[in-house]
Design a protein around this ligand. Structure first.
Ligand code: ADP
Ligand code: ZN
Length: 745
């Protein structure tokens, strides 16, 4: 027998199947992680068995040297998935395979944790044995101890009792007085249980759960979109669906955005399903991650909760995948392979005959249009549970405030609502999309703007550090007293960040305690959890933060949400800005009034008439959808087209520029010839220019933006671009191709 093996080296030159002989007696099967002699010196390399075959015509074949883990680490379905990804995301086979196993498994950097235990040998006459050990006091006291425990004793425990006893233990084993055993233990992350009583489902929840149950029975790989307003009880539907899935003997994967993977979220699931849950996220230790993965692989866990990469969990009996907050951009991987978790989920359930549930209060335009076209089944929860009203949204025109002479951060309305809320002993959240104190520093006399020396970006003032900071490369600079350009003392800070909002709250309400949540206050491990539970306990009355506070949290005592400025995201130069703004406003607003107290939202803006603001005020997703999809259609933006971007970066500005421009010229010619006469109009745009942020960390940046109409020729056009990129990526220090880039500037 022969094995086809992918060697664990990420290089396109060796990213193919190598054939090895399976030596007699070595039980190598598909999915095994093995050692093989490789290359000229026959050095041992790790590899993955992706197929077995009976024959090979290749004359000189080497043997597989060793099986590393006793069980196959990859399922056949995962191998097929990796092969599909190779084409879909234009990545190396081995890079896709690596996503499916814990990183530390490679290089054999992590092992099972075993605990050695000993117990008395069967039928041992303890008295006589102790007598015979008079001249070996160390052994005697160990034997006495084990006899006293009269059960299995772990060697570390014995050593804790009598230090340095391992030798004595081994001697007793050699004498046949103790019998050795060893047992695998799983390192488990600490799991909090948040007790939430199982609710009787509302009619809408029950009918959604029923539809999911039926889809699971049909086993046809269908996708359901659960569109439920904030607080409509989507989680309860997920819990019911998982319960049904387990009853059928299936396994389930639940994806949530990393940021909402808090002890609170996990706690709700753990309370319901206990030890059948495995958790996968970036805050686990290597040992915990390996062991959680192994519990899934060995079938000991039936439910996986995790962030994006948990979609690759080795669930052999997968029947249900839930993607919560499906519109979140964190489901898109930012590094190679640049996969989309929802797409991987759809592929897996299609192959396995499972069911995919996408849930959101604000589905992505793409998902909702697929639901309308019947490609996905649409399930709706139109009301909050227990007849709780959606929060009332008040829009304040900040221009009017200015005209009335109020140039502070807060409108009169927001101050009024804040004092009402705090006066009643309730809590408030204030949302501002910028961290720091002031977003830029400028001279009022000559207009000079303080910029980073390495990046083409203005410096943000951080009052708590009394200096300025670049949010791209982290460089710091002092705040100048006079203008470095005109030397006049008119340097001033502009724009509002989280620090300034916090300061303003303290000025207005000196006795009120606040908490601030942004990447500046969240650097330490565990700080996120600490801050959330502190606010939950009521240690502070006001929580101020960036988008971090918008996601999924359930604080029953929060009745007011203030959006300090709705305009910052709305005016970003990105076609997704309106969609992101609507999603964000709906999510933040959804934090208010989730329990029995009604909620209020005050939304401050300079553009109260903007359609997006009006849909957000009415919390009208469907209205927003129809408006925005028409806008996209008019301008042929996605989903009617596809954007690609290639970013060129080099320390030498000319190399970056020339590399980019030459690349663009050649690529355009090649694309046009592939598209042919019939398809030449599919290429809506191909522009090469300096990137909007022309310098980052000392690198000059140029970019090509390509926009392709979505037609049947799209796939071959994208293939042409990726193949071209492979050949020409070396034109400068760095050239990165992104299909459907998350950022355009
Ligand atoms: P969503 O995820 O849709 O925003 P959640 O699932 O977090 O909503 O539910 C909001 C709140 O309503 C939670 O506190 C939850 O415990 C509660 N809840 C959910 N379903 C019911 C129900 N059928 N009856 C009563 N309360 C419910
Ligand atoms: Zn910088």
């Amino acid at each position: 027998m022969f094995a086809e093996i992918i060697v664990d080296i990420a290089h396109s030159a060796v990213d193919r199947r190598f054939t090895y002989r399976i030596p007699e007696g070595l039980p190598v099967s598909v999915g095994h992680h093995v050692l093989v002699p490789f290359g000229l010196g026959d050095h041992f390399k790790e590899g993955f068995v992706v197929a077995r075959k009976e024959t090979s015509d290749y004359p000189e074949i080497k043997d597989v040297a060793k099986i590393i883990e006793p069980y196959p680490v990859l399922l056949p379905e995962q191998i097929a998935l990796a092969e599909w990804m190779q084409d879909a995301y234009h990545c190396l086979f081995v890079d896709a395979l690596r996503l499916m196993i814990p990183a530390q498994l490679r290089g054999m950097r992590i092992k099972e944790k075993r605990v050695h235990t000993v117990c008395l040998a069967d039928g041992l006459d303890v008295e006589a044995a102790l007598d015979s050990l008079k001249r070996a006091p160390a052994q005697k006291r160990v034997l006495e101890l084990v006899a006293r425990i009269n059960a299995e004793a772990s060697v570390p425990d014995i050593n804790a009792f009598y230090p340095n006893s391992t030798g004595a233990v081994n001697a007793l084993i050699a004498r046949g007085m103790l019998v050795e055993q060893s047992e695998t233990v799983f390192r488990r992350p600490q799991k909090l249980r948040i007790h939430t009583p199982a609710h009787t489902l509302t009619e809408a929840q029950a009918s959604a759960a029923k539809a999911i149950d039926e889809a699971m029975d049909a086993q046809n790989g269908s996708v359901l979109l659960l569109h439920g307003v904030t607080g409509s009880g989507k989680t309860e539907v997920y819990l019911k669906a998982i319960e049904d899935c387990l009853k059928k003997g299936g396994q389930a994967i639940v994806l949530v955005p990393e940021i909402s993977l808090t002890p609170q979220t996990v706690g709700r699931f753990t309370d319901r399903f206990g030890d059948r849950i495995a958790v996968l996220h970036s805050r686990l230790s290597a040992g915990e991650r390996f062991d959680e993965w192994r519990r899934i692989r060995l079938g000991l866990a039936d439910i996986v909760i995790g962030a994006r990469s948990a979609i690759f969990a080795p669930t052999e009996r997968l029947r249900l995948v839930i993607v919560d907050e499906e519109h979140e951009s964190s489901y898109q991987s930012e590094s190679q392979p640049r996969y989309l978790a929802g797409e991987i989920a759809a592929k897996r359930v299609r192959e396995l005959g499972g069911t995919l549930v996408l849930g959101s209060a604000t589905p992505s335009l793409l998902s909702y249009s697929r639901a309308l076209s019947g490609k996905y089944r649409l399930l709706e929860l139109k009301e909050r549970v227990e007849g709780r009203p959606l929060p009332t949204v008040e829009v304040v025109n900040m221009r009017d405030e200015l005209l009335m002479g109020n140039n502070s951060i807060f409108s009169d309305k927001l101050v009024e609502r804040l004092s009402e809320c705090l006066g009643m002993g309730q809590q408030a959240m204030l949302f501002i999309n910028r961290r720091g104190y002031a977003t830029f520093v400028s001279c009022r006399s000559c207009g000079y703007v303080l910029k980073c020396d390495n990046c083409d970006i203005s410096m943000t003032y951080h009052k708590s550090e009394s200096r300025t900071r670049c949010h791209y490369c982290g460089a710091v600079k002092p705040l100048p007293k006079e203008c470095p350009n005109c030397k006049k003392p008119f340097i001033k800070q502009f724009g509002i960040g989280t620090e300034q909002v916090e300061e303003a709250v303290h000025r207005l309400f000196p006795s009120v305690r606040t908490l601030r949540m942004d990447t500046d206050t969240m650097r330490e491990k565990g700080s996120y959890e600490r801050l959330l539970s502190s606010f939950h306990r009521g240690d502070a009355q006001v929580l101020i933060g960036t988008q971090m506070i918008a996601k999924g949290h359930d604080f029953p005592n929060v009745t007011l949400v203030g959006v300090v400025s709705a305009d910052t995201t709305l005016n970003l130069p990105d076609y997704r800005a309106p969609e992101r703004t609507f999603q964000l406003l709906t999510q933040v607003a959804g934090r208010a009034g989730r329990d029995n107290l009604p909620g209020r939202v005050v939304l401050q803006t300079y553009e109260p008439q903007h359609p997006i603001i009006r849909f957000a005020k009415a919390q009208d997703y469907v209205g927003f959808f129809h408006y925005e999809i028409m806008e996209r259609k008019k301008l042929l933006y996605p989903p009617f087209s596809l954007f690609l971007r290639i970013v060129f970066a080099d320390r030498d500005e000319q190399t970056a520029e020339r590399g980019c421009l030459d690349y663009a010229k050649q690529l355009e010619a090649e694309l046009l010839s592939v598209l042919g006469d019939e398809g030449k109009n599919d290429l809506l745009l191909l522009v090469a220019a300096e990137a909007p942020i022309a310098r980052i960390s000392g690198y000059s940046r140029y970019q090509i933006v390509i926009k392709l109409l979505r037609t049947r020729r799209l796939k071959s056009a994208v293939r042409t671009i990726t193949a071209f990129h492979d050949l020409h990526r070396t034109v400068c220090r760095e050239a990165v191709l992104e299909v459907n880039p998350q950022e355009m500037f």
